[in-house]
Design a protein around this ligand. Structure first.
Ligand SMILES: Cc1cc2nc3c(=O)[nH]c(=O)nc-3n(C[C@H](O)[C@H](O)[C@H](O)COP(=O)(O)O)c2cc1C
Length: 382
């Protein structure tokens, strides 16, 4: 036991440093400040891809708030705690993670780097982080899972109005070796994303896991004036469908996109295995609160019965500390790893995770906490 009542645990072995890649920016040359990394990524992406990644819904109030809300939270450190050993190891749905970080599902990775999702899962696996693969991945799920070696990614599912289509997709990802189904529940229709008005996939970039509906998926980004529904997202999806999904897969089911604590309670009743507090990175319903503001309300309702995860606006190690203090078991990051991917492929993804993990360890040490279990509300200045 140390001075703060925490048990010393061996530090995980340090990850291998990222090396130079054949194309793009050498990973060693990437800035460790993720804000700078974002600025560097813009010229590495087409203006259309940049707008697609960077943007949010409507006036982007929630997008900005996701970030600003973290900045308003103040930490309350303890000193003289013997922080000579920090342990960030976590277990999530029986999967070991070197740190409580997962890559959030994001569509179309080959838009940012020719290796697409292969690079993403390679970078994540190298750092011991989790990865959630979008329904709109640009590489076949079997190839993605193979590249992740023993680190089994989760698959993010959009339920299609054609249930047979969805069932076959679920069977395919289960056979491929994915570890969980992450059902996105906050997108019965897309948000008003005005920056996506001109979105289209360049020739040669396809969505092989949902090939039959990929054209519809891209069309769904077009202006709200034309329509709000698309054949890609089943807008009739309801709680009944969770039981249906359970009946067609043995995989754990994670609901992504819970904000309302009442929905968290419904999710518990529905028997899901975990939930992700998410507002889709501010891309769907503008003016909903920042996820870090609703996280404690959701966590309180769930009261530890299943893991609660959070995403949206996480850009610093201190953000991860704050999220865990407010009840998250782990966090997901979105845009930052896409910037790393655009700049340096797998090495860029690994770099972003490495930076966040190192910042998180620094934040833990400076706050006087050496294990994830020791992170609770007392680390916040309330
Ligand atoms: C370019 C982009 C594409 C995304 N595509 C998906 C997707 O296909 N499915 C999904 O559930 N969420 C998607 N998201 C939302 C992310 O999973 C995540 O909720 C969000 O990016 C987290 O916020 P952050 O980017 O501020 O970290 C996407 C986000 C971005 C930025």
């Amino acid at each position: 036991m140390n001075a703060c009542g925490q048990t010393k645990i061996e530090r995980m072995s340090a990850p291998k440093s990222a090396s130079t890649v054949a194309t793009g920016t050498p990973a060693a040359a990437l800035p460790v400040d993720l804000n700078q990394l974002e600025r560097l990524a813009q010229p590495a992406m087409s203006p259309m891809a940049w707008d697609y990644v960077r943007g949010g819904a409507a006036d982007e109030i929630t997008l900005r708030e996701n970030r600003a809300a973290y900045d308003r939270i103040r930490l309350k450190p303890r000193v003289l705690c013997d922080v000579s050993r920090i342990d960030t190891a976590a277990v999530l749905l029986s999967q070991p993670l070197a740190c409580p970080i997962l890559l959030a599902p994001a569509a179309y990775h080959r838009l940012y780097h020719p290796d697409g999702e292969i690079a993403t899962v390679t970078g994540a696996a190298r750092m011991g982080a989790g990865a959630v693969i979008s329904s709109f991945a640009t590489v076949a799920i079997e190839d993605i899972v193979r590249s992740a070696a023993s680190a089994r990614p989760w698959f993010q599912l959009y339920v299609n109005p054609d249930r047979r289509f969805t069932q076959q997709l679920v069977e395919r990802v289960e056979n491929a070796g994915c570890a969980a189904i992450c059902l996105t529940v906050d997108t019965p229709v897309l948000g008003c994303r005005y920056r996506e008005r001109d979105f289209k996939l360049p020739a040669g970039i396809e969505c092989p896991n949902v090939a039959a509906i990929a054209g519809e998926a891209v069309a769904a980004h077009r202006p709200v004036r034309e329509r709000i529904y698309s054949a890609v997202f089943d807008s009739s999806l309801s709680w009944r469908d969770i039981a249906w999904l359970r009946s067609v897969t043995r995989l754990p089911i994670v609901l992504k996109g819970i904000l309302n604590p009442d929905d968290a309670a419904r999710a518990l009743d529905a028997g899901v295995d975990a939930i992700i507090v998410s507002n889709h990175g501010g891309r769907n319903l503008d003016t909903v609160p920042a996820t870090i503001e609703v996280l404690p309300l959701v966590a309180e309702r769930v009261s530890g019965k299943i893991p609660v995860l959070v995403d949206g606006g996480i850009r610093r190690g201190t953000d991860i500390l704050k999220a865990l203090a407010l009840g998250a078991r782990a966090v997901l990051i979105g845009r930052p790893y896409l910037y790393g991917l655009a700049l340096a492929g797998a090495d860029g993804v690994a770099h972003v995770i490495d930076v966040l993990r190192a910042e998180f360890e620094m934040a833990m040490a400076l706050a006087g906490r050496t294990t994830l279990q020791a992170i609770d509300r007392t680390v916040l200045w309330e």
